[in-house]
Design a protein around this ligand. Sequence first.
Ligand SMILES: [Zn+2]
Length: 128
Amino acid sequence: MDTRPYMQDRAAEEFFSRLERGSFQTTRCLACGETHYPPRIVCPACLGEDMEWVDLPREGTLVAFTQQSDAIRCRRPDVLGLVELEGIGNVITRIDAPFEELRIGIQVAFATWTSPDGVALHQFRPLE
Ligand SMILES: [Zn+2]
């Protein structure tokens, strides 16, 4: 059974496939050079369809976080955050740390995580 997240398009499918191999990447338009997150099959800036895959920053800044008591895929309670990646913008992601230990503005680093139902996802955890 395919337990991966619902695939919006082939760019999303490729994103999760790369994530399973430990790559954290997104698309960049070969025509205008714009980098997108989430990855796109069509460039929102110039409508170009030729893309290359480029590495996303593996460190960022925690700009918001919350704790949900009722998690869909994750253990309960689960911490979610908004991580600012330089040159990309904000990424919604799982945060691998207790809610009480987090502070706005701390630096966090990328890691992969496999949910209890076998889905490879991204998460960030505070840098020491
Ligand atoms: Zn473009």
